[in-house]
Design a protein around this ligand. Structure first.
Ligand code: NAD
Length: 314
């Protein structure tokens, strides 16, 4: 058997003229966007022994992402679920990547930047020339077409949707989404990577918002309409769904946790992509986003987080 490199993957020959394409093991991951998802993905990779290069718009934002990882790992040590030596090793695996050139040796780059198609398209166009030819590219998008994002790259066959849930270290599920051109070795390599992180894969087709958000976000949007129409207060709606439907978090609390800008983007993608008025984003959600009240990350959304305990804003 003679292993050889074919593009992004290993081509194995069995000596009888037959070949099989094996997917490449992921040893080094690049991450674009060091916000709540990007730093969560970086953390779980580092804990699994995988090297990470972390990028964002500025060195300050990268450092904020690294600080969040540091804080989360320290909490694990305090709880006794990690020892100090492992914490240090995990942290050392996360390195800043202020420029795409820093991704030259990565086996995969996962984009986890703001949920905006123009932003993501620009990232992929600028990123690809810096990558090795066999590198895979993934997006953590909550809703945008993987086929469309892949089309701006030089490697749609090595492009895939890897949709982690928030908060990444705690949530078990990862949705995998093939674009129209995604090849099997890409899918297999992504699946092996998720297995290595100890998470569970569910496969979704490339339709707006995939599975989880196709179901979850219209429910959140409906909760915001319920608030907008005065059916109940923030507290009444969240209490109703926590105690009446046994949800661990109320829908408005969850919206703040996800980020209201992300919620609005997902609803816009559903509304445009499926052309059905039932996905119309609630005007109150639009107003909160326009005010810059994006939820926990800006310390104000349906709740105000600036005091000791969250206070409803309506
Ligand atoms: P966030 O606002 O916390 O972080 C986004 C980060 O991207 C910010 O730090 C921002 O500076 C950075 N960024 C923006 N443009 C960039 C660029 N051109 N280059 C590099 N970095 C850039 O948002 P988030 O919640 O982490 O979401 C990131 C992605 O993950 C989105 O696509 C979102 O839909 C998806 N996602 C979010 C959730 C959630 O619950 N929040 C869950 C699953 C997936």
């Amino acid at each position: 058997m003679g292993p050889g490199r074919e593009g992004g993957f290993r081509r194995i020959e069995d000596g009888h003229g037959r070949t099989a394409v094996m997917s490449l093991e992921i040893r080094k991951v690049g991450i674009i966007g060091a916000g709540q998802m990007g730093n969560g993905i970086a953390q779980v990779c580092a804990q699994a022994g995988i090297d990470v290069m972390l990028n964002d718009l500025s060195e300050d934002r990268i450092q904020a992402g690294v600080a969040a990882i540091e804080g989360n790992l320290s909490k694990l040590v305090q709880k006794g679920s990690m020892d100090e030596a492992d914490r240090r090793k995990a942290l050392q695996r996360v390195q800043p990547a202020p420029s795409y050139a820093d991704f030259a040796s990565c086996d995969i780059v996962i984009e986890a930047a703001t949920e905006n198609e123009e932003v993501k398209r620009k990232i992929f166009t600028q990123l690809c020339p810096s990558l090795k030819p066999d590198a895979m590219v993934a997006s953590n998008t909550s809703s945008i077409s993987i086929t469309r994002l892949a089309s701006v790259t030089d490697r749609p066959e090595r492009f895939i949707g890897i949709h982690f849930m928030n908060p990444v270290p705690r949530m078990q599920l990862v949705e995998l989404i093939r674009g129209i051109a995604t090849e099997d070795p890409t899918f297999e390599a992504a699946k092996a990577f998720i297995d290595r992180l100890g998470k569970t894969v569910t496969v979704a087709e490339d339709f707006p918002a995939f599975i989880v958000n196709r179901i979850l976000l219209p429910m959140i949007n409906e909760a915001i309409y319920t608030l907008y129409e005065g059916v109940g207060s923030v507290d009444a709606i969240d209490t109703a769904m926590r105690l009446g439907a046994n949800h661990p978090m109320g829908p408005l609390q969850l919206a703040d946790f996800i980020g209201l800008d992300t919620c609005l983007s997902v609803m816009q993608v559903l509304h445009e992509g499926l052309a059905d008025s039932k996905y119309r984003p609630c005007p109150l959600l639009v107003k909160y986003v326009e005010a810059g009240w994006l939820g926990r990350k800006t310390r104000r959304g349906f709740y105000d987080y600036r005091g000791e305990k969250p206070m409803p804003t309506r």
